[in-house]
Design a protein around this ligand. Structure first.
Ligand SMILES: [Zn+2]
Length: 221
């Protein structure tokens, strides 16, 4: 597109839908991903590696940021279908980190934690990460049923049972040729969801499952 037309188009889009920082909602220039203030705060945050024992279904993983007051609003925006620029920001900021992580770079394909809703923000993370690592994004290996009970109304043991009932292997899906998969989610808290999906993926013949999330809590397993 002609540069002048492109600039005018961006100017009009910015007037109607101003670009906002996904973390604090402040209006920012159209090509920026986060505001200067949040950028400073995010750059100070540490990423986390997830290490697990050999008995665990998830073989290891990586969380780009802790889940805190700065990152929480961005996660909520993404769930609503906005602020996916935070994924671009994360991949940009953590490029070196990700490319030096032998778990992540050993993966042959990406898979998103499935959703029972039509819009799945984890799928957007998987697609962007697949493009970043130059590996394919797999689909429909596992299905999610609608939660019978809301997770937050349950105690710890009930949550594990509920997560187990919620995800089922898609038996119509052929065994995948890929042996090492990167499973993407927005936040890893207890790890119950990724563990359950890893168990199912291994039933499909996948040998290793690593997890990737934008945010994680300190004791994520
Ligand atoms: Zn901000």
């Amino acid at each position: 597109m002609n540069e002048k037309i492109k600039k005018t188009k961006n100017f009009i889009i910015d007037l109607i839908y101003p670009n906002c920082c996904p973390c604090c909602k402040k209006t920012i220039p159209i090509n920026n991903l986060v505001c200067e203030n949040c950028d400073k705060k995010l750059k100070k945050l540490q990423s986390m590696n997830i290490t697990t024992s050999k008995k665990e279904p998830v073989d290891g993983g990586y969380c780009a940021f802790p889940y805190n007051d700065t990152t929480k609003p961005a996660m909520l925006e993404m769930k609503k279908g906005f602020g996916t620029c935070f994924i671009d920001y994360t991949l940009d900021l953590r490029t070196e980190d990700i490319l030096n992580n032998s778990f992540l770079t050993s993966c042959e394909a990406v898979y998103a934690v499935p959703s029972s809703e039509r819009y799945n923000h984890s799928q957007i993370i998987a697609e962007k990460l697949g493009k970043f690592l130059d590996i394919p994004v797999l689909e429909k290996l596992v299905y999610k049923r609608k939660f019978q009970k809301r997770q937050h109304t349950l105690d710890y043991k009930q949550r594990i049972e509920n997560a187990q009932k919620s995800f089922i292997l898609n038996n119509k899906c052929q065994k995948t040729e890929y042996k090492t998969i990167l499973l993407c989610d927005d936040i890893i808290t207890t790890g119950n969801t990724v563990k359950r999906i890893a168990v199912l993926l291994k039933q499909n013949g996948i040998e290793k499952v690593f997890a990737f999330s934008l945010c994680g809590v300190a004791d994520a397993k």
